[in-house]
Design a protein around this ligand. Structure first.
Ligand code: IMP
Length: 185
């Protein structure tokens, strides 16, 4: 079975190709854009995105809306993560952290999967901290400033390790369990 991974982010597409390895599902990157509505909930963004894509007659796809939620910034950048990444970037996030109360943060990922005529929405979280500086060359987005073990950034750990602990990995595990329980795979 094939699922299109509809995203304009090649980093996410790479992760899904690896996360689906050995599952019997082939994840194929489909960079066609769709309108991401602004909402204060990732699930809402995904639900509306799925509706738009289904309205265009598409099926057998996944979409992913993710964000970085920093406790001492009251959850910022959260659902505005893409905008924050494009505008202030990781350097701007680090500047905002100067004098902030603490460094705890979490990544959240919401996956929408349209498969065999059914629509599923699952989520995953990964707890961690914002590092003092950008570290490492791998990954994408906020990976250089986020650490789940408090030492190494997501850009410094091997991709296989990120794919075992990340918000996306947790959401993927929930998706696979849901697909199995509905006998869709
Ligand atoms: P979106 O889900 O594509 O809207 O992503 C929101 C922002 O969070 C983008 O700037 C992404 O690059 C970033 N982002 C999403 N997932 C990750 C991740 O796993 N690591 C680092 N940054 C991420």
């Amino acid at each position: 079975m094939r699922l299109s991974v509809i995203t304009s982010n090649p980093g996410k597409a790479r992760e899904y190709a690896e996360l689906f390895e050995g599952t019997g599902i082939e994840a194929v990157h489909a960079p066609n854009p769709y309108d991401e509505v602004q909402s204060d909930r990732l699930e809402e963004v995904v639900r509306k995105g799925m509706g738009e894509l289904r309205g265009r007659g598409l099926s057998d796809f996944i979409i992913d809306d993710s964000g970085l939620f920093i406790d001492s910034l009251k959850g910022f950048p959260g659902v505005w993560s893409a905008y924050a990444q494009k505008t202030i970037g990781n350097a701007g996030i680090l500047r905002l952290m100067e004098g902030a109360g603490g460094r705890s943060a979490r990544f959240r990922c919401c996956i929408g999967c349209s498969i065999g005529g059914e629509d599923l929405i699952v989520s995953g979280e990964c707890e961690g901290v914002i590092l003092e500086s950008e570290r490492g060359a791998g990954g994408f987005g906020f990976d250089p400033v986020f650490s789940s073990d408090g030492e190494r950034s997501f850009s410094e750990i091997p991709q296989g390790e990120k794919n075992r602990v990340s918000h996306r990995a947790v959401a993927m595990a929930a998706l696979m369990a849901e697909l199995r329980s509905r006998s869709l795979i």
